[in-house]
Design a protein around this ligand. Structure first.
Ligand SMILES: NC(=O)c1ccc[n+]([C@@H]2O[C@H](COP(=O)([O-])OP(=O)(O)OC[C@H]3O[C@@H](n4cnc5c(N)ncnc54)[C@H](OP(=O)(O)O)[C@@H]3O)[C@@H](O)[C@H]2O)c1
Length: 927
């Protein structure tokens, strides 16, 4: 499971219910074992802490520990009726209490193997089998701690609870490296008679039944740490993770080919790790994926953050057989180097000034030649680490020096990057051959990456003297360090991002995906695709209605009902849903239906859903077929004959813009709600002689009345009108009344909204329509009825659920995504002078003091999966003014730990950000 995004696949709810009733009644026999007593105590403590933070089923804990962990010598068993009792018992044990009722512990060496002593042969087996079958749990517990092997499955009569994630065995943090000066030397890990480590970056195999894992302990004296000093601290170089992943995969799959044929992709460096006084334990976990890839995560459980081990790096690997070694013509590249030449002394001086102090082992650059848009560097493995050449495939000194060579791309190298940058992401790494002691690095800009996302990306080849490429890195990006070094302090900040389209062709490496169903929705497109795409079922979305909002809602309901019936059918394998919309005038608004598809994908991972935008029918078949092999892309557009996928670009807020003015008249729909009142208060605080009109469907209660009274002053008028924005006539009436009573309207904030959270499987179409109405019909009514007014702004309070999807919020995501799409459409109308004022759709995250709230458990889940925290009012208002200052029509605001939020955006996986979910249980999703 990744540190940022979690997909949980669960059995059907009904079945579990049945099992619980029949088999999983208390008491539960919970067991733990370890190699030594202190480890056992530690293990019990960790389990206790874990239980404090997670709501778990005691039968699942018991079962997981019985069958999912190796039994070691030091053993503990306890009988409990619930989690509270388990916590209490473990706490007593950890505190050293004796004679705890129904808790037993012993080392099997001290105990007697009862089975062997008291019974032998078939009678022993019969006795054990009967004892287990009759669920004589106390006897079983005592037998187990005495060393008797128990067939736990007999307890369950063929139907077991689920296995769940629980803390794994706490390996002792013992120092195993050679002390003092010795450890600085390069040890030959590969020769027998060495210290037995598998690899300098992969010390031991610590796999257990729950995962394939390797663990290493670094003292900081290893050359790759000692010679890689960032801001005065020994930081594990980003390239070391690449070699670690390569080596781990090689060990796991038994490929003896030094990594040739292993490819890494989508590698993300979540945060750097520095080794200071204490040694650092790092694990790399490998997780086989359904499509044959192997995901990996480098993490440390020395440190826990929000119950999760801290993840430093993640990505995935896959193997290929067919390797064709690409070649470079070094001589001709050198001939094109007509710009500056940078000497190594100059390079390392510049790096040092930036805070990157490379020791001798990391000074691999001999010369950097530069040409138009590229750099060519001569590299040599430094003599201080030459003995380690054979120990690595991706030697950290050489690969890091290749990254250093990017210095040649900067025009003003002395001033460039006054702050150090560390690796952030790498799209792919291919290994064609072993590195050699002398190499060339060819570094050039990845122009597609820069043009589309604004992020500088590089492609880097490392090749031998004959030009044979040994390592190819594509789409490498780095980021300024500053913030990340403070990550331990968990700096909370605001991230503003705008949607953008990134040009991306479908890779040549076809992912072999098979689907049990293929459904194609054509949105107001006529075509006979069933005869052209074998196996596809086509549903044409058509309506006689003139009103775009009505058509949008009709199609959304049709798609929702279809998805619901797919989920009800409990598909065994992936179902592909492709929805095609035309990028043509108001039809572009159907792009908002992506919100529904993304939610379906979050709620049920078997649903692979894509929204494909095409300019005309001509591309239809080609686009449908091509995207079938790219299941991770959820939103695709063909523009100017090229394929683009939806992406995010950060906005660096320069300034703020306060849009209210003295004497202004402002309308806030849903104005008596949480955010409506926050913004009414803000307007009142900022300007004089203003009028704020709040609307809602309900009559004001006494509490709301007194809040509104408190906003009024001789300077500020506050009015509340009961108006349902979904009623066209009522909205027209409202506009008339505002102009008659106040003479003008200067800005509208559309904040009206409702939620009816429920998983697709449980939601009904009426709820769906209810949630859509204020944001679809309501928005259209407001815009139509104000189109001739000289507004300064027209602001839509949308949600992150729109662009990202959100569990339980298929309707809400679809409604908000319509508002986002409409913002773009209205902006285009203002460009043609058919509307007035800035249009902006703000995708808000959860506000601390908004009306829509979540409970503590969901808040915790949100923090774990996305790094996001509820935003306080001050940060929200500041973000609003920053959004107003941007020239965008849609901005998503995120509040939380910036690196983790960036990571979740970069991974562009569906992330769930519970904004309002209160009573949803994941089991209900029927995944
Ligand atoms: N709070 C957050 O954390 C958050 C996060 C992301 C996005 N948002 C968005 O920000 C907006 C405001 O959120 P909030 O927290 O202030 O929610 P809230 O406290 O529930 O307020 C929403 C208001 O909208 C009104 N409303 C609903 N349907 C209406 C209709 N058909 N016509 C007129 N008024 C209607 C409701 O009043 P009546 O029932 O009296 O009509 C209610 O007072 C929502 O659109 C929401 O989607 C909020």
């Amino acid at each position: 499971m990744s540190g940022t995004n979690a997909h949980v696949i669960l059995d059907a709810y009904e079945e579990r219910q049945e099992r619980e009733n029949v088999f999983f009644n208390p008491p539960y026999l919970v067991i733990l074992s370890a190699k030594k007593e202190d480890r056992l105590k530690d293990y019990a403590r960790r389990l206790m802490n874990y239980l404090e933070k997670s709501a778990l089923d005691p039968s699942e804990i018991a079962y997981t520990l019985q069958v999912g962990r190796s039994a070691m010598e030091e053993r503990l068993a306890t009988l409990v009726s619930d989690i509270e009792e388990l916590k209490e018992k473990l706490s007593g044990y950890v505190r050293g209490l004796k004679n705890i009722e129904n808790l037993w512990y012993e080392n099997i060496k001290n105990g007697k193997n009862v089975k062997e002593i008291l019974l032998s042969g078939s009678s022993a087996d019969k006795f054990l089998t009967e004892t287990i079958r009759r669920r004589e749990l106390e006897t079983i517990a005592r037998l187990w701690i005495a060393g008797t092997e128990i067939d736990w499955l007999l307890l369950y009569n063929g139907r077991t609870p689920r296995k769940i994630a629980l803390p794994t065995y706490p390996f002792a943090r013992e120092r195993y490296w050679i002390s003092g000066e010795e450890s600085h030397k390069n040890i030959d890990f590969t020769k027998s008679g060495g210290n037995g480590y598998l690899h300098p970056l992969l010390h031991t195999n610590t796999s257990d039944l729950s995962q394939q894992r390797f663990t290493s302990t670094f003292s900081g004296k290893e050359f790759f740490l000692a010679d890689h000093v960032v801001k005065g601290r020994c930081v594990l170089p980003g390239v070391a993770y690449l070699e670690m992943a390569r080596a781990a995969v090689e060990h796991a799959v038994g490929s003896g080919n030094h990594g040739i044929g292993i490819r890494l992709k989508n590698v993300v460096w979540a945060r750097p790790i520095a080794v200071t006084d204490d040694p650092v334990n790092l694990h790399i976990g490998l997780y086989p994926e359904e499509n044959g890839d192997i995901s990996f995560e480098v993490y440390s459980d020395d440190e826990y953050e929000k119950d999760e081990p801290v993840v430093f790096n993640q990505g995935s690997a896959f193997l290929i057989d067919d390797i064709e070694v690409p070649g470079l013509d070094i001589r001709s590249l050198q001939a094109k180097c007509n710009q500056k030449i940078i000497e190594p002394e100059q390079c390392y001086e510049i790096f040092k000034n930036q805070g990157l102090d490379y020791g001798p082992g990391f000074r691999g650059i001999e010369k950097v030649y530069t040409g138009e848009g590229f750099a060519l560097a001569r590299l040599r493995l430094p003599s201080s680490v030459s003995e380690s050449m054979d120990q690595f495939v991706l030697h950290p000194s050489l690969v890091d020096s290749a990254l250093q060579a990017s210095i040649g791309l900067f025009t003003n190298i002395e001033n460039n990057g006054a702050k150090p940058a560390l690796p952030f992401a790498l799209e792919s790494l291919e290994i064609f051959g072993n590195c050699s002691a002398s190499m060339w690095a060819f570094v050039r800009e990845n122009n597609a990456g820069k043009a589309d996302s604004g992020i500088e990306k590089l492609d880097i080849d490392l090749c031998d003297d004959d030009g044979n490429v040994c390592v190819r890195m594509s789409g490498f990006s780095s980021r300024i360090l500053e913030e990340d070094m403070d990550i331990a302090k968990s700096s909370i900040g605001t991230l503003l991002v705008q949607p953008c389209w990134k040009e991306e062709q479908i890779g040549t490496e076809k992912i072999p995906v098979t689907y049990s169903q293929h459904i194609v929705f054509l949105c107001e497109i006529e075509s006979d695709i069933e005869s052209q795409i074998p196996g596809a079922r086509c549903i044409c979305l058509k309506s006689e209605a003139q009103d775009i909002g009505e058509r949008y809602s009709t199609y959304a309901i049709r798609i929702f009902e279809e998805i619901q019936s797919i989920i009800e059918g409990k598909p065994e394998s992936n179902v592909l849903i492709q929805l095609v919309v035309l990028l043509d005038g108001e039809k572009t608004l159907f792009g908002g239906l992506a919100g529904l598809l993304k939610t379906a994908r979050i709620e049920n991972p078997k649903i692979i859903a894509q929204l494909i935008g095409i300019p005309s029918n001509d591309l239809l078949i080609e686009a449908l077929e091509a995207n079938m092999s790219s299941p991770m892309d959820t939103e695709i557009r063909y523009m100017d004959g090229r394929r683009h996928i939806a992406d995010w670009k950060e906005i660096a807020p320069d300034d703020t813009l306060i849009p209210w003015k003295d004497g202004g008249v402002y309308l806030i729909t849903g104005g008596a709600g949480g955010l409506g009142l926050i913004f009414a208060r803000e307007i009142a605080a900022q300007v004089k002689n203003a009028t704020v009109i709040l609307t809602g469907r309900s009559a004001l209660n006494d509490n709301k009345k007194s809040v509104l009274e408190s906003l009024k002053s001789p300077d500020i008028k506050v009015e509340y009108f009961r108006t349902d924005v979904t009623q066209k006539d009522a909205v027209i009436q409202l506009m008339r009344r505002i102009i008659e009573d106040f003479g003008q309207l200067d800005g509208i904030i559309h904040s009206a909204g409702i939620i009816r959270d429920n998983f697709i499987i449980k939601k009904n179409s009426e709820e769906f329509c209810e949630v859509m109405a204020p944001k679809v019909a309501g928005l259209l009514n407001l815009d139509e009825s104000s189109k001739d007014l000289p507004l300064d702004f027209f602001i839509l309070f949308s949600s992150g659920a729109g662009p990202m999807g959100n569990m339980g919020q298929s309707d809400y995501s679809c409604a908000n995504a319509f508002m986002d799409a409409y913002a773009g459409y209205r902006k285009a109308l203002t460009d043609k002078n058919e509307r007035h004022g800035k249009t902006l759709s703000v995708n808000w995250p959860l506000w601390k003091d908004g009306g829509m709230q979540i409970d503590e458990a969901l808040e915790k889940m949100m923090q774990q999966t996305t790094g996001m925290v509820p935003m306080d009012t001050e940060a929200g208002i500041r973000a609003f003014y920053q959004c107003m200052d941007s020239d965008q029509h849609q901005v998503m605001v995120m509040e939380g730990r910036i690196p983790q939020m960036r990571l979740s955006l970069y991974m562009s996986e569906p992330i769930s950000q519970p904004e309002t979910l209160k009573d949803l249980k994941p089991d209900d999703a029927n995944c």
